[in-house]
Design a protein around this ligand. Structure first.
Ligand SMILES: [Mn+2]
Length: 111
């Protein structure tokens, strides 16, 4: 992992618990998170998402959870702007397989 800073910052965030406690409240929080990501992207050398981003993420061979599309789209947007994003699973989203790696091209660390 090699991050060039160039007067930029590295951001760490966790425990968004997207999906909890219900769809309506989660959607409000999801918008706040996206606003926050929009606000830091100019100064972000890298963003580490360090656990429990989802309040349960279960992933199967061809199936991922419904929802979170704006958040996932924002992560794709950050990647397209060449901002490295790293995902560490927490105890609520440890059932993550290769969707993020393949679809968003971000590394997922389980340890
Ligand atoms: Mn948590």
């Amino acid at each position: 992992m090699n991050i060039s800073l160039h007067n930029k910052k590295v951001f760490f965030a966790s425990d968004f618990h997207l999906g909890a406690p219900d769809e309506a409240l989660s959607k409000i929080r999801e918008k706040k998170i996206i606003n926050w990501l929009n606000s830091i992207e100019e100064e972000a050398a890298a963003i580490f998402l360090v656990g429990d981003i989802f309040d349960f993420w279960f992933e199967y061979d061809k199936v991922v959870p419904k929802g979170f599309i704006r958040f996932l789209g924002k992560i794709a947007d950050l990647k397209e702007k060449n901002i490295p994003v790293f995902f560490f699973t927490g105890n609520h989203d440890l059932w993550m397989d290769d969707y993020f790696t393949k679809e968003l091209q971000i590394p997922v660390y389980h340890h």
